[in-house]
Design a protein around this ligand. Structure first.
Ligand code: V0V
Length: 137
């Protein structure tokens, strides 16, 4: 099942500008940054609070015009793009949702942030929310 909210993903046109905005305005620290070529993103994980238990926000900037984030920005502009839940076993969680009739976007999990394994539920099957399943490394 779903254990907790892992992060909320926000599409941004410029990653460095967005990191600076969140630091200056909300005092959120950047705790991780990476480029994921397969997903076509540069991403940064931001954390609230100092003890590692606070909310996490993933800023997502497009690497390519045909990427999921570039398409999202074209259609909707910057803003909330995904809601990610932590799961213990991404295959099992995905199989359970498939059995309940939801479309998973990938047959096999793909690589996500910090060596995690991820899959997504189609937003049309989840009330208009792109739901991500994250099995941390
Ligand atoms: C599209 N739609 C959304 C949506 N994206 N609704 C809610 N939230 C979103 N993010 C709606 C769209 O408005 C359409 O509604 C409908 O879904 C189908 O649109 P489409 O043209 O078929 O969709 P595309 O081509 O924009 O693709 C949508 C999907 C795509 C979700 C299939 O974005 C995708 O494959 N996403 C998974 C990968 C991803 O998001 N990677 C970036 C994050 P109407 O107009 O029909 O009503 S990478 C990441 O999270 C990492 C690395 C990590 O967490 O570690």
């Amino acid at each position: 099942g779903l254990l907790r909210v892992d992060h909320v993903g926000i599409a941004v046109p410029d990653l460095d500008e967005a990191i600076a905005f969140y630091a200056q305005i909300f005092g959120m620290r950047c705790v991780h940054e990476e480029t994921n070529q397969e997903q076509g993103v540069r991403e940064a994980m931001l954390a609230a609070g100092d003890d590692g238990t606070g909310a996490r926000i993933q800023l997502l900037a497009p690497l390519r015009p045909d990427s999921a984030i570039a398409k999202f920005l074209d259609r909707s502009g910057p803003g909330l793009q995904q809601l990610a839940y932590t799961v213990a076993d991404v295959e099992a969680a995905g199989a359970a949702l498939r059995a309940r009739g939801l479309r998973l976007l990938y047959d096999e999990p793909k690589r996500g942030t910090a060596g995690s394994r991820i899959n997504f539920v189609h937003p049309k099957d989840a009330g208009g929310v792109l739901v991500e399943l994250v099995q941390p490394a």
